[in-house]
Design a protein around this ligand. Structure first.
Ligand code: HEC
Ligand code: HEC
Ligand code: HEC
Ligand code: HEC
Length: 214
């Protein structure tokens, strides 16, 4: 066989092969892979980095409505509000403050308004050890009763601290206690955990079923 004839045979063989392959693909003889399941979008609530609450200091910075903090728009100076209780010694919250639901400590142990607010000057808070602090410095108030947690917070072990490790390159950002805890009812309501990472590839039937078992 000379070289030319050999080449012609090989080329014809290839043509037959490719036409055959084209037919196989067109007729779908091998079948197609199952379509991938759509990846559900993560609830944006899980990606939100904002804190649970906005503090007085946040409202001041954003120049928002501060009328809730304008105590003397309703109260009279030099006339401390009188706390009223029902027959079971539960504090009664007046209608004007109905947005406040007290639940500080089990059995309402720290529900007394004047454990924190200064009764002779409602625009100030007052710490356990008798210091007067502004609403913007309320973490000092919390720290006066929650010493160990406050120390953890100061060193960055409690409460989300962000910013720079290397302080020579920039400051750290500390969230105040009231950015997360409602001072009037500080425990967190329970919440759903964020979903686990999505494994971009299809799971085998059995493990897929296992994954959906709670
Ligand atoms: C919209 C009007 C209004 C504003 C603003 C307001 N109060 Fe009051 N507050 C009332 C009324 C009305 C009462 C019930 C009558 C009273 O005790 O004087 C009351 C009662 C209270 C009481 C007694 C609560 C109880 O359970 O008996 C406290 C403490 C108090 N206010 C603190 C404050 C503080 C601190 C501020 C500012 C951060 C403030 N209030 C702002 C209207 C207001
Ligand atoms: C006058 C003292 C006092 C001040 C001020 C105070 N707390 Fe408390 N706190 C308590 C007491 C007492 C409890 C109840 C502990 C218990 O029931 O075992 C409590 C409970 C709590 C709890 C729930 C802990 C748990 O495990 O149930 C949180 C969270 C909390 N406080 C956060 C705060 C924050 C935030 C501030 C500042 C806005 C603050 N506290 C200010 C006395 C205080
Ligand atoms: C554990 C401490 C604590 C107790 C107890 C407490 N407060 Fe407060 N309160 C605070 C702090 C701290 C703020 C400011 C929070 C912020 O920066 O968002 C505040 C804010 C407020 C405000 C203005 C914002 C708002 O939520 O309307 C009012 C009014 C108020 N408190 C009334 C009361 C009354 C009335 C009581 C008693 C029924 C009470 N507080 C008990 C710590 C306390
Ligand atoms: C970035 C949010 C955040 C900040 C800021 C924050 N906390 Fe907490 N804190 C939490 C969470 C979340 C828990 C766990 C809540 C639960 O299990 O109910 C918690 C738990 C607590 C508890 C319960 C006991 C414990 O130590 O586990 C106390 C008391 C408390 N915080 C006080 C404070 C005080 C005081 C400050 C400010 C000096 C503060 N927190 C700042 C989010 C925060």
């Amino acid at each position: 066989m000379n070289g030319r004839l050999k080449a012609t045979l090989v080329l014809r063989g290839l043509i037959v092969l490719f036409v055959g392959l084209a037919a196989v693909f067109l007729l779908d003889l091998w079948g197609r892979p199952a379509p991938l399941r759509l990846i559900p979008l993560v609830d944006p609530a899980f990606l939100d980095t904002a804190t649970a609450r906005r503090s007085y200091a946040d409202l001041v910075r954003a120049k928002e409505d501060l009328s809730d903090f304008d105590c003397y728009a309703c109260h009279e100076k030099n006339k401390p509000p009188v706390l009223r209780y029902d027959e079971h010694q539960n504090l009664l919250i007046p209608r004007e403050h109905s947005d406040i639901v007290m639940g500080h400590g089990q059995h309402g142990r720290n529900n007394n308004c004047f454990n924190c607010h200064n009764e002779t000057n409602l625009e100030l808070l007052q710490t356990r050890d008798g210091r007067q602090v502004k609403f913007a410095d309320s973490s000092q108030l919390c720290g006066s009763c929650h010493g160990p947690t406050f120390e953890d917070w100061e060193v960055g072990a409690h409460g989300r601290i962000s910013g720079y490790w290397n302080r020579s390159r920039g400051p750290i950002k500390r969230q105040d206690c009231v950015n997360c805890h409602n001072p009037h009812a500080p425990p967190f309501p329970s919440r759903h955990p964020a979903p686990g990472p999505h494994l971009l590839h299809e799971l085998a039937e059995s493990s897929a079923r296992a994954e959906t078992v709670p």
